[in-house]
Design a protein around this ligand. Structure first.
Ligand code: ARG
Length: 462
C-alpha cells in the first residue's frame, strides 16, 4: 500500500522500491544546496495560490511559516535528510506535512517538481552569477591596483613565447582587466536568459488550476515568464550557458597561471610569488612551488569537463522532462565552486606578487624588441613595408652575428642597409625609446596606457 512506502508518488505502486534504486536515484546529497531557493520559490508559490483563491490566507500563512522553520532547521544543521525522499524538494515538502499536517499537502498544487527544480536552479545560478561578478571585480581591482607601483616597468612582450615587442607592465595588467570585463558582460547576458520563470509550467503541459505566474515572477525577481511549458520543462540551456561562461573565465585564469608559473621560474625570474600562496616540497628543502597557480590551471580541466558533460547530457533528449536532467546539478555546482575559488585566490596572488624589476631590466635589450619599431621608422621614410622588413631582417642578422643590440650597430652599417637612414635612427632604438614611439589607440604607447589606466581607476573607484 502506497503510504507504507513513504513516497509522494507511491499510489500506483504495489511494492517497495529496491534500496539500491533509492541510492541510485537520490539527489538530496547534492541538491540540498538548493534549500534557500526552494523555500523562496515555494513561499512565493503559496502566496500566489492564496491570491488566486486556491489556498486560504490562513493556509498560506501556515505554509510560509512552516517553510521558514524548516529553512532554519536546515541552516542550523538539525534537519534530518532522508535519502528515500529522493531530493531536497520532497524532503522539505514531507517535513512541512509532518509539521503542519494536511495543509502542507496543498503546497504542490498547480506545480510539478519539473518546474520547481528548474525554478530553484535558476534562482541558484542567478545568485551565483551575482556572487561571481563581485569576485571578478575584486580581481580587476587587484590588477588595476598594481598600476601605480608598476607604471615605470617595461616588460618584453611575447608571441610564440619568443620575444616580440616591448610592452608596459601596466598594459599587461589591463589586458587581463579587459578579458575579465568581457567575462562580466557574458555573465550578465547569461543572467538575462537565466532570469525567466518556469514555475507554473507544471509537469510539461501547464495546469488547469488558476495560477498567476506573473505574480510569482515579480515576487522572485524574474524578468520574464517562460512562454512555453514544453520548452521550459525540457530545457537546461541556461545552465549550460552559465557553465560555458565559467569555462571561459577558467581558461583566462589558466593562461594567466601558466604565464606566472613560467615567470616565477629561475629561468624567467620576472616575479616573486607571495609565499602564502605557494607550498613547499617534502624532500627538497629549497623548493617554493606555485601550487595555487598550477591548481588554477589544473582545475580548468574539470570545468571544461563539466561543460562537456552537460552538452553530452542533453544531446538527444526527447521533450519534455527526462530524469537524465538530474545529472546537471553536480556539474554546475562543481564548476561554480571551482571558479569562485580560483578567482578569489587569483586576486590575492596578483596583489601579493612582486615584479623583479632588476632582473627584467637587465635582459630587456635582448631579443631585438625594437626591430619592428625600426622597420616602421623606415616605412615612415617612404620604404614599402615588405622592403623595410627585409632590410631590418638583414640588420638584425648582422647584430646577432656580432652579439650586440641594434643600437650598437654603426651609422655606416645602417647606411649600408639603407642610405635613407641617418643618425636620427638612434632616437628610436633601445627598448625605452621604442616604447615611446608607439602611438595608436589600444597600443602600449605610454600616453595611451595612462589614459586607459585612468579610465579603469575611475571605473573601479581606485
Ligand atoms: N531531483 C530531480 C531533479 O533534479 C527531481 C525531478 C524529478 N521529476 C520527476 N518527474 N521525477 O531533476
Amino acid at each position: 500500500m502506497s503510504e507504507s512506502q513513504n513516497k509522494p508518488w507511491s499510489g500506483v505502486f504495489d511494492g517497495e522500491t529496491d534500496p539500491r534504486v533509492e541510492k541510485f536515484t537520490e539527489s538530496v546529497s547534492f541538491d540540498h544546496r538548493l534549500t534557500t531557493q526552494d523555500i523562496r520559490g515555494s513561499s512565493a508559490h503559496a502566496r500566489m495560490l492564496a491570491k488566486t483563491g486556491v489556498l486560504t490566507d490562513r493556509e498560506c500563512q501556515q505554509i510560509v511559516e512552516g517553510l521558514e522553520q524548516i529553512g532554519n532547521q536546515i541552516a542550523e544543521g538539525t534537519f534530518v535528510f532522508r535519502q528515500e525522499l529522493e531530493d531536497i524538494h520532497m524532503n522539505i515538502e514531507r517535513a512541512l506535512i509532518d509539521q503542519i499536517g494536511d495543509v502542507g499537502r496543498k503546497l504542490h498544487t498547480g506545480r510539478s517538481r519539473n518546474d520547481q527544480v528548474s525554478t530553484d536552479f535558476r534562482l541558484w545560478i542567478r545568485d551565483a552569477i551575482d556572487r561571481l561578478d563581485d569576485l571578478l571585480v575584486d580581481l580587476q581591482r587587484a590588477f588595476v591596483s598594481r598600476c601605480r607601483r608598476d607604471a615605470d616597468v617595461i616588460l618584453p612582450g611575447y608571441t610564440h613565447l619568443q620575444r616580440a615587442q616591448p610592452v608596459l607592465a601596466n598594459h599587461y595588467w589591463l589586458a587581463y582587466c579587459e578579458k575579465l570585463e568581457r567575462d562580466r558582460t557574458r555573465l550578465s547576458d547569461c543572467r538575462a536568459r537565466v532570469n525567466h520563470l518556469p514555475l507554473g509550467t507544471a509537469a510539461l503541459a501547464g495546469t488547469t488550476i488558476p495560477i498567476d505566474r506573473q505574480m510569482v515572477a515579480d515576487e522572485l525577481g524574474f524578468e520574464e515568464v517562460v512562454a512555453n511549458s514544453l520548452d521550459s520543462s525540457s530545457d537546461r540551456d541556461f545552465a549550460i550557458e552559465y557553465c560555458f561562461v565559467l569555462t571561459l573565465i577558467a581558461e583566462h585564469l589558466s593562461t594567466w597561471a601558466e604565464e606566472w608559473i613560467l615567470w616565477s621560474t629561475c629561468e624567467f625570474n620576472f616575479l616573486t610569488l607571495p609565499q602564502a600562496y605557494c607550498t613547499g616540497s617534502s624532500i627538497m628543502p629549497q623548493k617554493i612551488n606555485p601550487d595555487v597557480l598550477e591548481l588554477t590551471r589544473g582545475k580548468t580541466a574539470r570545468v571544461v569537463g563539466n561543460l562537456q558533460s552537460l552538452l553530452v547530457l542533453v544531446k538527444g533528449l526527447p521533450l519534455a522532462y527526462n530524469r537524465d536532467l538530474q545529472e546537471d546539478k553536480e556539474r554546475v555546482f562543481d564548476s561554480a565552486e571551482t571558479v569562485e575559488a580560483c578567482v578569489t585566490l587569483a586576486a590575492a596572488v596578483v596583489a601579493g606578487a612582486e615584479l623583479n624589476r632588476e632582473a627584467i631590466a637587465e635582459r630587456l635589450e635582448r631579443g631585438y624588441l625594437d626591430a619592428t619599431t625600426l622597420m616602421e621608422y623606415l616605412i615612415g621614410l617612404g620604404i614599402p613595408q615588405r622592403t623595410a622588413h627585409g632590410i631590418i631582417g638583414n640588420l638584425v642578422a648582422l647584430a646577432m652575428k656580432k652579439s650586440v643590440p641594434l643600437a650598437e650597430l654603426s651609422l655606416e652599417e645602417f647606411q649600408a642597409a639603407s642610405p635613407l637612414l641617418d643618425k636620427k635612427v638612434y632616437d628610436i632604438l633601445g627598448v625605452e625609446r621604442a616604447i615611446e614611439a608607439f602611438s595608436s589607440y589600444g597600443s602600449t604607447a605610454p600616453t595611451e596606457v595612462a589614459k586607459q589606466v585612468g579610465m579603469w581607476q575611475e571605473r573601479l573607484g581606485i
